[in-house]
Design a protein around this ligand. Structure first.
Ligand SMILES: [Zn+2]
Length: 136
C-alpha cells in the first residue's frame, strides 16, 4: 500500500528498532511507496512512511530491493557527497564511502552479505542513516 511521506523531523530523528517477520507488510508498503515516488526518489527507509523499523528499499536500477536490518560491516574510500532527501527540502553535504559491505535479511528473511560501490552504496548509506535517526 502506498503511504504518505513522513516529514516530521522530530519523528525522523528517532532510531528505528530491528524488524521482525511481523513487519512483512511494512516491507511491501515501503516497496509500493518507493515505486510511487520513483521519479524523485531512489531509496526509502521505513521511518519515512511512519514506521520505526530497520527496513530500507533501494532502487538498484533493475529493481527495487528491500533490505531488512541492514548493517554496514566494512567501508572504505570516504568522499564528500551532496544529497537530497524526499523528507527534506534542498541538498546537504555529507561524507560517504565508495565501497561498503552490508549484512542484511532479504525479502525472504534470508541472511545476505553483499559488496556495493558508487551510487548504489551511497543510497544504501543514506537509507541506513535514516534507520539510525540521522537525516543528512
Ligand atoms: Zn532521505
Amino acid at each position: 500500500m502506498i503511504k504518505p511521506i513522513m516529514k516530521d523531523v522530530f519523528f525522523l530523528n528517532q532510531k528505528s528498532e530491528p524488524a521482525t517477520k511481523a513487519d512483512q507488510q511494512v516491507v511491501q508498503d515501503l516497496l509500493d511507496t518507493l515505486k510511487a515516488n520513483e521519479a524523485g526518489c531512489v531509496g526509502m527507509a521505513a521511518n519515512m512512511i511512519g514506521v520505526k523499523k530497520q527496513i530500507i528499499a533501494v532502487n538498484m536500477g533493475f529493481a527495487n530491493i528491500p533490505m531488512i536490518n541492514p548493517v554496514i560491516i566494512k567501508k572504505s574510500a570516504p568522499y564528500e557527497a551532496e544529497e537530497g532527501c524526499l523528507s527534506l527540502t534542498g541538498v546537504r553535504k555529507t561524507v560517504r564511502y565508495r565501497e561498503i559491505e552490508v549484512e542484511f535479511l532479504d525479502a525472504n528473511w534470508k541472511k545476505q552479505k553483499q559488496k556495493y560501490s558508487g551510487w548504489i552504496a551511497q543510497i544504501i548509506q543514506h537509507e541506513i542513516d535514516h534507520c539510525h535517526g540521522i537525516v543528512i
